[in-house]
Design a protein around this ligand. Structure first.
Ligand code: GDP
Length: 464
């Protein structure tokens, strides 16, 4: 790596989530040459146990000026280089919640040798000190942010070095070809001639692999980003009941009065590994009720921001004019799924399949929010409409940054092909090949500037 940031400063931050009344314990992490000195300075340890590496000490964080005990703590000591950052690290395990842990951090920061860590600074130091590579640091961030088991599993592949390995292999293939080409640029006459089609073949293999990775990344992204599904339907068709059934939590208020879902309700569920935000909406219809009007305006916004719309109608009433009017409000670019609810009442219904009434190419599913009938078919159809079923077999997913760089590399390799088609000399090939190598190096962190690294880690939270 071409950069060396000064890491002689000692930094501290809360490494665990801070939430009122939550978390039995919390961890304050201190990293840098003064970490252990700071610990000794602020914590009172009974007895004579030494501050040895990879041991745990028991004690109290003391007020700076008085004898007040601020918290009862355990201290984990990790001397360089055997720590997450590769520097001297101490972790103060104090009490959780909001106040206790903040008091401990504030106390740590009273020490003149310590400053507050910036976002992602611990991870950045871990990368700079060679403890982990860039893709692993990003994977840790993704693991922490994972909203489903599948997202966590994909992050673990990155953490295990899967991305680094794949990209490094591809980059090395390109570097081998570059070496050959550069040798021809300099000593064409002294070396055996190079077989153009063999070189192109090697490059094409790399390009195909890159394209596969880009495709997988696009499909895998839904495990991280999740999907927004807007639930629409006329009043009383059973939207809230369906939402309750899917989320198995009583989130929305279910009543017999039309228009009771007055506001937009969001509820998060995981369907086959895909995090899904369900947006329940007030029935979109003309209203004079002010509060309901707000709900309706929001529903329309929800429609526009949704990846998929689920439109519910009442099988016991059949497909009505109002249903049709609502269906027409779905923006044409948003895919939708028609769900006929109250299938349990179907024997007494005037049901007409909307497929026969209107031009619906989209799938239709019949369910009963009351009995649960058709729930599985609904889940299946929903994931189908979202394209989530195409994600089977993805073992590795580049994140957005990595995906863009892989795409840059693929485009650069395209240009090499162009150079070949136009029978341009080797130097032209080498320019684009170097571009491709550079892009892959930015994924692995082998070729990265300080500014870029700062930008990547600034997206991390403080404490990571
Ligand atoms: P929303 O206005 O579309 O959110 O509708 P609700 O979920 O509030 O439901 C309206 C009424 O229909 C309530 O009385 C529900 O109990 C009833 N309901 C909802 N789903 C079903 C169903 O599948 N079968 C039957 N029989 N009743 C249902």
């Amino acid at each position: 790596m071409a950069i060396a940031l000064p890491t002689d400063e000692t930094i501290a931050a809360i490494a665990t989530a801070v939430s009122p009344g939550q978390g039995g314990i919390a961890v304050v992490r201190i990293s840098g040459p003064q970490a252990i000195t700071v610990g000794k300075n602020i914590v009172d340890i009974p007895g004579t146990k030494p501050w040895a590496s990879h041991t745990i000490l028991y004690g109290h964080v003391m007020n700076e000026t008085s004898n007040e005990r601020l918290d009862e703590v355990l201290i984990l000591i990790m001397e360089a280089p055997r720590s997450f950052t590769g520097e001297d690290v101490i972790e103060i395990h104090c009490h959780g919640g909001l106040i206790a842990v903040r008091r401990v951090l504030e106390r740590v920061l009273t020490h003149p040798e310590v400053r507050r860590a910036m976002p992602g600074e611990f991870s950045q130091r871990a990368v700079l000190n060679g403890r982990i590579d860039l893709t692993q640091a990003e994977a840790i961030n993704e693991l922490i942010g994972a909203r489903s088991t599948k997202a966590a599993r994909l992050a673990m592949t990155g953490l295990d070095g899967g991305i680094q390995l794949r990209i490094t292999e591809l980059r090395e293939t390109l570097m081998d070809q570059l070496t050959e080409l550069e040798a021809r640029v300099d000593f064409e006459d002294e070396l055996p001639p190079l077989n153009r089609s063999e070189v192109l073949n090697e490059l094409r293999k790399v390009q195909t692999e890159l394209q596969q990775l880009i495709e997988d990344a696009k499909r895998g992204a839904i495990f991280h980003q999740g999907l927004r599904i807007a639930l629409i339907g006329c009043p009383n068709v059973g939207k809230s009941s369906l939402l309750n059934r899917l989320s198995r939590r009583k989130r929305a208020i279910v009543t017999d009065l039309p228009g009771t879902t007055r506001d937009l309700l969001e509820s998060e569920i995981i369907l086959e590994g895909v995090p899904i935000t369900l947006l329940d909406t007030a029935g979109i219809r003309a209203t004079t009720d002010e509060i309901e009007k707000i709900g309706i305006a929001r529903s329309q916004e929800a429609l526009l921001s949704a990846d998929v719309v689920v439109m519910v109608y009442d099988l016991s009433l059949g497909w009505t004019k109002n249903d049709k009017a609502l269906l027409d409000q779905i923006p044409s670019q948003v895919p939708y799924l028609l769900v006929g609810n109250k299938a349990d009442l179907q024997s007494t219904t005037k049901t007409t399949n909307p497929k026969q009434r209107i031009e619906v190419k989209n799938p239709c599913v019949d369910v009963s929010a009351k009995t649960g009938e058709g729930e599985e078919a609904l889940t299946h159809a929903l994931l189908d409409v979202c394209g989530a079923h195409e994600t089977q077999g993805i073992l590795l997913a580049l994140n957005e940054r990595q995906r863009d760089l892989a795409a840059n590399a693929a485009v650069a390799l395209d240009r090499v092909n162009e150079a070949s088609n136009q029978a341009l000399p080797w130097d032209f090939w080498t320019i684009d090949l170097r571009d491709a190598i550079q892009s892959l190096g930015e994924i692995t962190g082998d070729e990265i500037t300080e500014a870029l690294l700062n930008r990547i880690f600034s997206h991390f939270c403080i404490g990571k």
